[in-house]
Design a protein around this ligand. Sequence first.
Ligand code: PGA
Length: 258
Amino acid sequence: MRKLLAANWKENPKSEKEALALFRGIRNGNKGLRVSVVVCPPFVFLPKISDEFKKTKSNKNLLLGAQDVFWEESGPFTGEVGPAMLKSLGARYAIIGHSERRKWLHETDEMINKKVKLSLSDGLNVILCVGEPLEVRRKGNAAASAFIKNQLKKDLAGISGSSMGRGAMTIAYEPIWAIGTGKSDNPADAAHIIASIKKELKSKGLKKPIVLYGGSVTSRNVADFVQLDEIDGALVGGASLQAAEFKKMIKLVAKVSN
Ligand code: PGA
């Protein structure tokens, strides 16, 4: 299947000018290649980048995403942004439940579940992030899989294949200890855990679950991950902030995407 690379810019770059330069640097990177690319800039840069997207019409495998979304459509929720607002800018995806938001913003599984539900019913595709802390992984892959199964149970409560709405569901498996540390997971271990995630999703009626790996993915290791059948692509943080590096990754992924 076509593999997917998602760029999570996090709180970067500092100015609109730099954001535009970064986007322009990568926008044709997957043109003609069998790789889908989702670019997720900070909210404030979405309108400008959305305008740029319109100029990149010929590339339908380049998609715009947000790094978060709220669980209410509109109303007295200062600072929040709902799925319909994102869709009105042409965003097709929202990352939900990233471990940095779980940690710094104290996002709970209940909050994440509400965000996932509204997004799917509104037709916004979801990239739901799950992953275990180091103390769990030290106990082995089975402990990590059990931890994630519990996260999925809560984050996807009330959601099954038949109640998915119009949005598509993608999971990003991101072991917390591998994010931004330069210590990526062992691809075989990640594939093993992703297989257990897929099994869990299938039991919820999701016929063809898409699961990405995330955590210190760069041009040096991306092929090692995505060449494995279980791994449908990667969610990339730091390495997506340099256009040349990210384009190199797209090319490497295209080689194994069929
Ligand atoms: P990283 O971040 O690639 O910088 O490790 C990945 C992520 O947090 O999505």
